[in-house]
Design a protein around this ligand. Structure first.
Ligand SMILES: NC(=O)c1ccc[n+]([C@@H]2O[C@H](COP(=O)([O-])OP(=O)(O)OC[C@H]3O[C@@H](n4cnc5c(N)ncnc54)[C@H](O)[C@@H]3O)[C@@H](O)[C@H]2O)c1
Length: 459
């Protein structure tokens, strides 16, 4: 049967990036056939079911509207490569855990396998787009792999990093601040990047689609994440000073955020940043700098990660010292486990560090979260003394303390009088996101510990 679509687009990797991004392209461009493949067959089955593998506000509606129309999830990777003219690569690029660069460099094994598979199955010219976050100069390696077979077809490698943030992915995809497309600055490279720009031009205003040389594009993604994380670590570093000086970090953040040169975003002090990207991308940048002999530059960016570790540690130490230097035998509820609100993702969540530390102190832990319990159970598999409870009221009952880990809106609207009444006394709240009404909580009877503020204690 003849394909009625004007283009066949393929995405390899059906994760947090591949699934939502392709759903948006399919939604906005009914003239294209969009297919997403993955080596993980279970994940593909979930994408084809009512229970999607990724929780993201608005995602279910869009997938529901386009799945089976021009969005397809498939497992036959070779056939789909053959049929597509444009191939996005959105496989995972985690931090390497073995060999040279372990703990810092990006692990490019999934990416490389994909490149080889594209080369073997292609059969006709393709535009291959790096959607995943990779070290600068990876496109060169991609080109080498793709063209290393005698008589191979022609490939254009394009860098089109994804800037979506989990929790707001659909909004970020529909109204992106910018779409960045980098290519070789040859006539053929520029032609290929224009073809990708044409896809986005179906819904993104022209002035927001920016083109650049391919190395700038690759590096911009790492630098964007490094700058974002740096703001969080900067305000978190200041939060430690506020606690020593009776300054209030939120007042400081407001005062500096009104400076139009700085802006107000990403100035919320917290227990620390998490997510699959910030840490790994900064370490990737650090590794790159070191490999070019730029040790001072590497140290500068590495300190962003160090402050984040320090902040998580400080949070646990605050709990310990507030609760009379022992957590043993006490019961503590974690409100939230996802690395931030509106996602079920728990990769690099600060809650994992806090949970493990609390259990090491021999406390009993109850974890509650509206979306992340399944992942929390997997992350803490084999750790004793933890129960999982979807209802925050039940989770808090009988506890000595609540530690708020994720800024889910639901936690700001709870009946804290009822919660207080059900807890052991003295009752403590440690607000790791500064979202609760601390004055009110103190009036109810809680001992309240926030980030970067003077504690409010009765005892
Ligand atoms: N998660 C985010 O918020 C975010 C945002 C921007 C960019 N990124 C980048 O996008 C990339 C993907 O991230 P993610 O969060 O979607 O990862 P993910 O782990 O959720 O998804 C990656 C998928 O790729 C699949 N895969 C791995 N090797 C494969 C292969 N050879 N063939 C087919 N499928 C394969 C895996 O099975 C997995 O389902 C990473 O480089 C990440 O840094 C992520």
């Amino acid at each position: 049967m003849k394909n009625a679509f004007v283009k066949n687009i393929l995405c390899i990797g059906a994760g947090y990036v591949g699934g939502p991004t392709m759903a948006m392209i399919a939604y906005k461009c009914p003239q294209y056939k969009v297919t997403v493949v993955d080596i993980n067959h279970e994940r593909i089955a979930q994408w084809n079911s009512d229970l999607l593998p990724v929780y993201e506000p608005g995602l279910g509606e869009i997938v529901g509207a386009v799945r089976g129309r021009n969005l397809f999830f498939d497992t036959d990777i070779d056939r789909c490569i053959k049929e597509a003219s444009i191939i996005f690569v959105a496989v995972n690029t985690p931090t390497k855990v073995f060999g040279a660069g372990a703990g810092m460099a990006a692990d490019l094994q999934y990416w490389e396998k994909t490149a080889r598979q594209i080369r073997e199955a292609a059969g006709s010219p393709k535009i291959v787009i790096e959607k995943c976050t990779i070290p600068v100069k990876t496109a060169l390696a991609m080109e080498r792999i793709l063209t290393s077979k005698e008589g191979s077809v022609s490939f254009d490698v394009i860098s089109n990093p994804e800037f979506l943030a989990e929790g707001t992915a659909m909004r970020d995809l529909e109204f992106p601040d910018r779409v960045l497309i980098g290519s070789r600055e040859t006539a053929q490279g520029i032609r290929a990047r224009r073809e990708i720009a044409d896809i986005y031009a179906n819904w993104v205003p022209k002035e927001r689609i920016i083109e650049s040389n391919i190395w700038s594009s690759e590096l911009s993604k790492l630098v964007a994440n490094a700058f974002l994380a740096q703001r969080i670590s900067s305000i978190n570093a200041v939060s430690a000073l506020c606690e020593k000086t009776d300054a209030d970090v939120q007042e400081v953040a407001r005062a500096i955020g009104l400076d139009s040169r700085l802006g107000s975003k990403f100035l919320n002090a917290s227990v620390g940043f998490g997510g699959s990207c910030f840490k790994k991308d900064i370490l990737n940048l650090v590794y790159l700098c070191r490999s070019y002999g730029l040790n001072e530059v590497a140290d500068y960016w590495e300190s962003v990660v160090k402050i984040n570790e320090y902040q998580k540690d400080r949070f646990v130490l605050t709990m310990l010292s507030a609760m009379f230097n022992t957590l043993a035998g006490k019961k503590i509820a974690l409100f939230g486990f996802a690395f931030k609100a509106d996602t079920g993702d728990t990769r690099e969540t600060p809650a994992l560090y806090v949970a493990k530390s609390i259990v090491e102190e021999r406390a009993e832990l109850v974890i509650t979260d509206p979306q992340a319990l399944r992942n929390a159970m997997a992350d803490l598999d084999g750790v004793d003394n933890i129960t999982y409870e979807i209802d925050p009221y039940k989770a808090a009952a009988g506890c000595d303390a609540i530690a708020l880990m994720t800024e889910w809106k639901l936690y700001t609207g709870l009946d804290y009088e009822r919660i207080y009444a059900s807890m052991m006394k003295p009752a403590f709240i440690f607000d790791g996101r500064n979202v609760l009404d601390r004055k009110r909580l103190f009036e109810i009877g809680f001992n309240v510990f926030s980030i970067g503020k003077t504690p409010m204690v009765h005892v």
